[in-house]
Structure formats: C-alpha cells, structure tokens
Ligand binder design. Structure first.
Ligand code: FAD
Length: 387
C-alpha cells in the first residue's frame, strides 16, 4: 500500500538520490523533482571515504559499485619543492569491506543510485521538473504537488534555499578547480598512480587517482581564479594550466601527468557560510544546498550522503505528520556540529597544502615528524562516523 506520507525532494544529485532511497526504505513515498531533462554527471572522479561508502552499502548499492570502484591502499603526499614523497598514509580499504575507501567515476555512482531509485515502487522521479513555487503551511505545496515535507537537495544554487532563506548566499572562495581525466595507458607506467596522490605546491595543489576499475585517471588541480557566472563551469585552456604549473615551480613528474590530460574543465569554488539556517517548519536543506564546502577534505558528497540518511532516520522516527517539523529540527541539530567541523578542516587543509617557501619546508618537516599513522589518525573522526 502506498504511504500516506509523501516527501518531495528537489534535486536528483548524489544527496537527493540517496535521500530518496533512505526515505523510501523507511516507508515514505518520495517524489523526486529534478530540473535537468537528463541526469548527467561531470566526467570526473569522486572519493568516497568509509563514512559515505558504509551508507551506500547499507542501501544495497555494493554490487553495482564495488566492481567499478578502485579501493586504494594509500595516500601519497607529494611536495612540489622536491618532486618527492613526503609521506605515504595507509588507508587499509580492503580490510574493511563493510566500509571501504572507494574511488569512483561520478557517472558510475549516479548510475547505481539512479537504477535503485527507478526500481523502487515508492519513488517517483520526474525529470525536467524544476522546483520553483513553494508554499508552506501545515503541508507544503510545490507547484501542484502536496507533501508532508520538502527536502532541498538542489545544490549550491538552491532554489529551495533562495525561497526559504533568501539572505543566505554562496560566496566565491577565490579558487578554481580544474578537472580532467585520461586513459591510464596514456601515462608512463612509473607515473601511473595505484592509490591517491596529493601534490602540495605554492598556492596550488593537485589530486590524482585511478578510477573506473583502474582504466582511467582523474586529476583535480586547484589554483587561484576569477569567478564565472553563478552555477557555471567552462572548458579550461592548456596554456592557463601550464602557466600555473610552470617548470620553475613544479617538478617534471607532476607536469608530465598534467600534460596527459586532454579535457580540462574549470569550476569556480563557491562555499556556503558556516552556521546558516538549514530548516524552517516542513522544509530542510541537505548537501551543497545547506553547506557547499571547499573540496579539500573530499567530503562534500560524503556529507550529503550522511545528511540524507540522518534526515531519513529523524523523519522515520515520527508517527504522524505533525511531528515532522520537530524531526527536521532534530536533523539539523544532529548534523550541524559535524558538518561545521568538516567545513573548517577543508579550509585549513587548503591553506596547509598551498604554503610556499620556508613555510612549505616547515610543513613537510612537521608531517615527517608526525609520521603516517598519527597523520592518518587525524581523519578517524571523519571516517569512523556511523548513524
Ligand atoms: C573539484 C571538486 C572535487 C570534489 N571531490 C569530492 C570528493 O572526492 N568527495 C566528496 O565527497 N565530495 C567531493 N566534491 C563535492 C561534491 O561534488 C558535492 O558536495 C556533491 O556533489 C553535492 O551533491 P548535492 O546532491 O548536494 O548537490 P548537486 O550535485 O549540486 O545536485 C543538485 C541537483 O539539483 C538539481 N537542481 C538544481 N536546482 C533545481 C531546482 N530548482 N529544482 C529541481 N532540481 C534542481 C541539479 O540539476 C542537480 O541535479 C568535490 C567537489 C568539487 C568541485
């Protein structure tokens, strides 16, 4: 029998698709409204740390994801000062099959989530259905739909947030993310990463890792830049990236990997201010709509996935529609301290990665003194999360 409790979700990104599955698993009927006519993802990779992979596995997605994901054993921290490795951090992904560290192609993750959503009888996915008109009283009206609650999972430029909290706006960070991919075979064997490589350099950093069962390489380069129009990205010109990763500042091995990429695109990095409102009555925000963050802790999607399952749990604990506003307030209270700490960690990591001159030397020395286990243990509070 169809549930009498319908939740509308705006946005079928990673957050919205996960939220739809988590709510449907708790007996809600979900209408998922997506403004795009076709669900497509950026042709790039995504790191899913154990806190996120655990949720996806609990939702039954392991069979579709595990064969395509790469489970890296280590993160190599490299320095542009010498071209060498400062340290290699263990990830022990394979040791924890219930929560591995996964490197996935975004399209593979979206495909797995979408297949599960489309085969669920209690989820109604509508494409080319932008959320615009919202009226909230003791129910929520979204266009001509009526729902018990509305979840805004519609990204950094959220229409739900703009209607609900118009004064809260994304802010440009001054940084651009350049993303590109290549066939693993395009890189010489000695440069082909088997795990994650993080390259720290003057006012820039690079992240390189394999995906698509090791057949493709994903690269993200972070450099200063000018904002584009809100919500836009653009192709990236090779001359620009070569300028930032010049021979004077970057070693030959990093430049050879950059040269192998032939499809650069650039994204201005916008973030939401810490501490903005996430819920009002029967409306709540999740993922980038609530807390778009710098990607330097590789946790934006992870936090959207955690939000989704936490929100579903809070709503699932209610017995009547009257209790839903209090449940959304509980969701915000549960999530905010952790997400704020992750946002702060991401900002600090960016500052550390981009140090120059003597400060970069001091950073590399401190990292070596701390050693791999202690450095890796600093991520435990992120990775060990469970609901
Ligand atoms: C360079 C870079 C690297 C990153 N790497 C990682 C990583 O390794 N690991 C990680 O965890 N995170 C990473 N992130 C962050 C991650 O990509 C985002 O945090 C995550 O995709 C946010 O998901 P979301 O579902 O909240 O929003 P989105 O992915 O933005 O999805 C929003 C959806 O809503 C739709 N929409 C928008 N407006 C409307 C409307 N009015 N009505 C209906 N639908 C609407 C959009 O079309 C879209 O489908 C990275 C980000 C960047 C920029």
């Amino acid at each position: 029998m169809r549930s009498s409790r319908t939740i509308v979700i705006a946005g079928a990104g990673i957050g919205g698709l996960t939220c739809a599955l988590a709510l449907a698993a708790r007996g809600f009927h979900v209408t998922l409204l997506e403004k795009a006519e076709l669900l497509e993802e950026v042709g790039a990779g995504l790191q899913l740390s154990p806190n996120a992979s655990r949720v996806l596995i609990d939702l039954g997605l392991a069979p579709m994801l595990a064969t395509k994901a790469v489970t890296p054993e280590t993160v190599s921290i490299m320095t542009a000062r010498s071209g060498g490795e400062v340290m290699r951090l263990p990830l022990a992904s394979r040791a924890h099959p219930d929560a591995p560290y996964w490197l996935v192609h975004r399209a593979d993750l979206q495909g797995a989530l979408l297949a599960a959503v489309q085969s669920h009888p209690d989820i109604d996915l509508r494409l080319a259905a932008p959320v615009q008109d919202i009226v909230a009283t003791d129910i929520v009206r979204v266009g001509d739909l009526e729902a018990s609650a509305l979840v805004g999972a519609d990204g950094a430029w959220s229409a739900v947030r703009a209607k609900t909290f118009p004064s809260i706006q994304p802010q440009f960070s001054g940084l651009m993310a350049w993303r590109g991919t290549c066939d693993a075979a395009n890189l010489p064997a000695d440069l082909r990463p088997t795990g994650i490589q993080l390259w720290m350099g003057p006012r820039a950093h690079l992240v390189v890792y394999p995906m698509s069962a090791g057949t493709r390489i994903n690269m993200v380069a972070i450099i200063p830049g000018e904002p584009l129009a809100p919500g836009w990205n653009a192709p990236g010109a090779r001359d620009d990236i070569d300028l930032h990763f010049s021979r004077a500042r970057w070693p030959a091995n990093a430049r050879a990997m950059i040269a192998a990429i032939d499809n650069w695109g650039r994204w201005p990095l916008y973030t939401m201010p810490d501490g903005g409102a996430w819920h009002s009555g029967r409306i709540a925000l999740i993922g980038d709509a609530a807390h778009a963050m710098l990607p330097f802790a590789a946790q934006g999607a992870g936090m959207a996935i955690e939000d989704a399952t936490t929100l579903a749990q809070c709503l699932g604990e209610t017995e009547s529609n009257d209790e839903l506003p209090a449940a959304l307030a509980r969701y915000t209270a549960l999530r905010r301290p952790r997400v704020t700490r992750v946002q702060r960690t991401a900002r600090q990591q960016g500052q550390i990665y981009h140090l120059q001159g003597p400060m970069a030397f001091a950073r590399d020395t401190v990292m070596r003194l701390l050693g791999p286990r202690r450095l890796q243990a600093r991520q435990d509070w992120i990775y060990h999360w469970r609901l």
